[in-house]
Design a protein around this ligand. Structure first.
Ligand code: HEC
Ligand code: HEC
Length: 136
C-alpha cells in the first residue's frame, strides 16, 4: 500500500516534469512558427514535402544544403524556419526567377482553365547539381 503510494507520487512528479517541459519550450523560442516568403502561407504539409523533395532532388542535395542545424545543439534536428544558411534565400530567389521565366516566356503553355503550365523547373537547369554552370 505504502509502496503503491510512493510509486504514484513519483509517477505524478515525472508527469508534471514532462508537462512543464512542454510548456517552457515555445516560450523559450521567440521566433514565429513558420517563415514562408515565397510559398503559400497555408501550404499543406503534403504539398510542402513535395516541393522540398523536388528541390532537393533537382539539385542533388540533402535538406541540410539549405536548412541549418537547430541552435539547440543537443538535438540533431534542422531548424527549418531559420534563414541562417544563404542557400535558402538563393533558393527563394531561384523560385521567383523560375516563376517569371514560365510566365514571361512560356505563358502560351496553358491548361483548359487558362493557367500557365510550368515548362521550366529547377531540374531543367540544375540536372541534379547545385552548380549547373560548372562542368561536372
Ligand atoms: C534548395 C534549398 C532547399 C532544400 C534542398 C530544402 N529546402 Fe526546405 N525550404 C527552403 C526554402 C527557401 C523554404 C522557405 C520557403 C518560403 O520562404 O516560402 C523552405 C521551407 C521549409 C519548411 C517550412 C519551414 C517553416 O518556415 O515552417 C520545411 C518544413 C522544409 N523546408 C523542409 C525541408 C525538407 C524536409 C527538406 C529535404 C527533403 C528540404 N526542406 C529541402 C529551401 C530548401
Ligand atoms: C534558368 C536556370 C535555372 C533555374 C530554372 C534554376 N536555377 Fe538555381 N541556379 C542556376 C545557376 C546558373 C546557378 C549558379 C550556380 C553557381 O553558382 O555555380 C544557380 C544556383 C542555385 C543555388 C545556389 C547554389 C550554391 O551552392 O550557391 C540554389 C540553392 C539554387 N540555384 C536553387 C534553385 C531552385 C530551388 C530552383 C527551382 C525553384 C532553381 N535553382 C532553378 C540556374 C537555375
Amino acid at each position: 500500500m505504502l509502496h503503491n503510494k510512493k510509486l504514484a507520487v513519483i509517477a505524478s512528479l515525472v508527469a508534471l516534469m514532462f508537462i512543464g517541459m512542454a510548456f517552457v519550450r515555445p516560450q523559450d523560442d521567440p521566433k514565429p512558427k513558420h517563415n514562408f516568403k515565397v510559398l503559400k502561407k497555408d501550404i499543406s504539409h503534403e504539398d510542402l514535402e513535395k516541393v522540398m523533395k523536388e528541390w532537393a532532388g533537382a539539385l542533388g542535395v540533402k535538406c541540410n544544403f539549405c536548412h541549418s542545424p537547430s541552435a539547440d545543439s543537443a538535438s540533431h534536428h534542422l531548424d527549418f524556419a531559420s534563414d541562417a544558411k544563404p542557400e535558402k534565400n538563393i533558393a527563394r530567389h531561384m523560385y521567383k526567377m523560375t516563376g517569371r521565366i514560365n510566365k514571361k516566356y512560356f505563358s502560351f503553355n496553358k491548361d483548359d482553365s487558362g493557367n500557365t503550365i510550368p515548362a521550366v523547373h529547377c531540374a531543367t537547369c540544375h540536372h541534379g547539381s547545385p552548380h549547373p554552370g560548372e562542368a561536372k
